[in-house]
Design a protein around this ligand. Structure first.
Ligand code: SIN
Length: 506
């Protein structure tokens, strides 16, 4: 079978390697370079439930709790059950997970995990180690890698994905395929502040929407609580708080306990909102205080963060760091079954672009690399299986299309920056019906006025506008607060767990 994988993070490269090992002819298409994207930026690690008293059941329970009850329990079981085989595979492919002196895995702690179970490599360079190992493994195979090649659209003929159109050096070309596996990551570039790289413009979700695939849960956008302020912001791993760093307000008080008894290790959405609220109240950023950990431990455990913070002029062993939340991870995306199949036959989605149901309303830290590996491998294994009659459609009813957006008298001129600010302000950590409607009106006015896209940046803008529209509609359709989706104007009659319509092309 001729398989095209779009994206070269952990999910895409795992799918590509497994598909190749199963005898398929594989091409990897990637917008940047092999080894780019979000995976190499991942710091904290991979959740693996190997510690004393820990196990897949505890990991599953933590995942479901973090997901605020909206996770699909079967998808979660698949994640924690297949997880150990995928971690063993990463080891076999050469990922040097950090060890303790007795040879066991060094295990970090992150928020909402009941056990210390975060495996890491190079201290805080887990994603980079995984990216390097998988990229090298791909280079040792005849898998064709097409870099600097942007997905434009999925070719659907006769109700089946038959290939894709890509943009290479300004020219659109068609690639045929018997199966297309989307692994394009998320859409952090919708937001003014994000931990995601520049490539994260939601190209896969947008192309899937245009191809008629079901999309769900776009309202669930995770904000990482702690990034170093600046332009660009820089991720400060939750593992730092797991090692004992604390969050302080202007007077030095540990304010997160006002919001949750677990303080700094409360679920991410709680900590992120507490930080934003406190920063707004005091008019200055709050601070992450890691000084108690000492210079040696900080440098050994977090070498990347140590280097970057010092490059930016901070000595974090002596002074607390100014922090803020930033858009980090998209829990929703292209609806899949437990083998990566979407609602379009021949089209699969794995990793952050997919909505497998694992994350529900809020992803448990360090589940994303694991999800990418698990579902990447499963999608490849499913390539030879017959396509089932229905995929995912049972989980959510069709949308009813009630939102149109107000028409702004004069929308501000479009720019990527203006879009990111608008989405940050109205579709960010806190939302309201009125703000969402305002944003939808502006986004639609911008989309209507866009000239034909000719280059990568213009195609990205087109995708971001489509994603913004779909995200606003999803957020509007859930008039209650749950997990990462927080409404300032919750409806008293709606259930927090009510299914939200699948989105189709607007
Ligand atoms: C972190 O290191 O805090 C990020 C881990 C994650 O988002 O899973």
């Amino acid at each position: 079978m001729n398989v095209v994988v779009v994206g070269s993070g952990i999910a895409g490269l795992t799918a590509a390697l497994h598909a190749h090992e199963a005898g398929h002819t594989v091409t990897v298409v990637t917008k940047g370079r092999l080894g780019g994207g979000c995976t190499p930026l991942a710091q904290g690690g991979v959740a693996g439930s190997y510690g004393p008293g820990d196990g897949p059941a505890a990991h599953a329970a933590d995942t479901v709790t973090a997901g605020a009850g909206l996770s699909d329990p079967t998808a979660v079981d698949v994640l924690v059950t297949d997880g150990s085989a995928r971690i063993a595979e990463l080891l076999a492919r050469g990922v040097p997970f950090d060890r303790t002196s007795d040879g066991g895995f060094a295990r970090g702690r992150e928020a909402a995990h009941t056990h210390a179970r975060i495996l890491h490599a190079g201290g805080d360079a887990t994603g980079a180690a995984i990216s390097a190992a998988l990229g090298a493994a791909v280079r040792r195979t005849p898998i064709i890698v097409r870099e600097q090649t942007m997905l434009l659209d999925i070719a659907v003929r006769g109700g089946r994905a038959r290939g894709l159109t890509v943009l290479v050096a300004g020219t659109a070309i068609d690639l045929s395929a018997d199966a297309v596996i989307l692994a394009t990551g998320g859409a952090g570039q919708l937001y003014a502040h994000t931990t995601n790289p520049a490539e994260a413009t939601g190209d896969g979700v947008a192309a899937a929407l245009r191809a008629g695939a079901a999309i769900a849960d776009l309202e669930f956008v995770q904000f990482h609580p702690t990034v170093l302020t600046g332009d660009p912001v820089f991720l400060l791993s939750e593992a730092i708080r797991g090692e004992g760093a604390v969050l302080r307000d202007r007077s030095g008080r540990r304010f997160v306990f006002d919001s949750h008894p677990d303080g700094e290790l409360a679920p991410r959405d709680v900590v992120a909102r507490a930080i934003a609220r406190q920063a707004a109240a005091q008019g200055t950023p709050v601070h992450l205080d890691a000084t108690a950990l000492g210079a040696d431990r900080l440098a050994r455990r977090f070498p990347t963060i140590d280097r970057v913070t010092r490059d930016r002029g901070y000595d974090w062993s002596r002074e607390p760091l100014p922090v803020m939340p930033a858009a980090h991870y998209l829990m929703g995306g292209v609806v899949t079954d437990h083998d990566g199949r979407t609602t379009v036959p021949g089209l699969y989605a794995v990793g952050e672009v997919a909505r497998t149901g694992v994350h529900g309303a809020n992803r448990l830290a360090s589940n994303s690399l694991l999800e990418g590996a698990v579902f990447g491998a499963r999608a490849a294994a499913a390539l030879d299986e017959p396509w089932p009659d229905a995929v995912g459609a049972a989980s959510t009813p069709p949308r009813d299309g009630q939102e149109n957006g107000g028409s702004p008298a004069t929308p501000p001129p479009f720019s990527r920056h203006a879009l990111q600010r608008l989405v940050w302000d109205e579709v960010g950590l806190r939302r309201s019906g009125r703000g969402l409607q305002r944003a939808l009106g502006i986004v639609r006015a911008w989309a209507a006025g866009m000239p034909p896209a000719l280059d990568v940046r213009a195609h990205e803008d087109r995708n971001l506008l489509l994603l913004a529209d779909a995200t606003i509609r999803a957020a509007s359709a859930r008039p209650v607060s749950v997990g990462a989706h927080h409404r300032d104007d919750p409806s008293s009659s709606a259930s927090h767990a009510a299914p939200v319509p699948i989105l189709e092309t607007a």
